[in-house]
Write a protein that binds this ligand. Structure first.
Ligand SMILES: [Zn+2]
Length: 175
């Protein structure tokens, strides 16, 4: 693909594209707030987001998810957000600077990926990783949703490249 760096793959020995992570800077519920609401109700950093509505507070953390690609050597990486309960959010926050903290939380996927209906509120397991890496998301396999089916069945390389074009390459600044 044009516009991507290349590297020699250890798996097949071929010169292949270095796929970018498809990352979202904020959870979708934050993105949907007005500028005034963002200032008044929300706090966001690279790894945490809190939205304090009058009637409820929503808490999100940044995580990663790997979409299996069936006919290629590498998976497609997503940087997406999940909502957590207050208890889980505080536990993650308190231990954020520990490299060896192991925990598993329940959360809901909180970004909208193109071409999938009703993306929000897909239940997921969120597993912390050692060594300062962001937690990994595993959607619940028994949840009936096209996104969950693709996650477990894998997608094609062509589909992965289509997503990279749609979410990443189209957003690169044009020179
Ligand atoms: Zn390869």
């Amino acid at each position: 693909m044009e516009g991507l760096p290349k590297f020699i793959c250890e798996c097949c020995g071929q010169l292949i594209d270095q796929w970018p992570a498809l990352a979202f800077g904020t959870p979708s519920p934050y993105f949907e707030l007005t500028e005034e609401e963002k200032r008044k109700l929300a706090r966001v950093s690279s790894d945490f987001c809190i939205i304090a509505h009058p009637d409820q507070t929503d808490r999100f953390i940044r995580a990663v998810m790997y979409q299996k690609v069936n006919d290629h050597c590498t998976d497609l990486e997503y940087g997406i957000w999940v909502s957590l309960s207050e208890k889980s959010f505080l536990d993650y926050h308190e231990n954020f600077n520990r490299d060896d903290y192991e925990a598993t939380y329940f959360g809901y996927i909180s970004n909208v990926l193109p071409d999938y209906p009703d993306m929000l509120f897909i239940p997921a397991k969120v597993v912390t990783r050692i060594g300062g890496q962001r937690p990994e998301i595993f959607p619940h396999e028994d949840f009936d949703h096209p996104f969950v089916r693709d996650y477990y069945q894998g997608i094609s390389k062509i589909e992965a490249e289509r997503r990279i074009k749609e979410l990443f390459l189209n957003k690169l600044p044009k020179n």
